[in-house]
Write a protein that binds this ligand. Sequence first.
Ligand code: FES
Length: 136
Amino acid sequence: MGGTNPYIQPAETRLPTRRYAITFQPMNVRVEVDPAKLPYSREGLKGSILEIALGHGVEIDHACGGVCACSTCHVIVRQGLDSIPEATEDEDDQLDNAPGLTPQSRLSCQSVPDGTTDLVVEVPNWNRNLVKEEHH
Ligand code: FES
């Protein structure tokens, strides 16, 4: 599944213009994001934390397919939250249903970092699937 949800106000996005990194915790997977390679996968908004994670083998639940219609893609942005536009009302409404909500909580399918800083993103353990480590 993928695409956009016609019933919600679209999230404001500002795609990055330079490379930046996201470190996913607690699996400690560091991903270098290259704006020229977006999107890395097809779920969630282009450039969103969800699509970048899935494209690098970091599994985050995304029951609605990344269209802001569930709360399973909840993540906690431990560093770099300022580089993501504020949540829309629709995102906040969905987030209200997420367990373990924090002030740094976001829906990863709706959160598009602008690349001005590196991020540290925690995937809550109830949202974590198998992490496929790349073999070097
Ligand atoms: S995957 Fe459903 S809201 Fe993000």
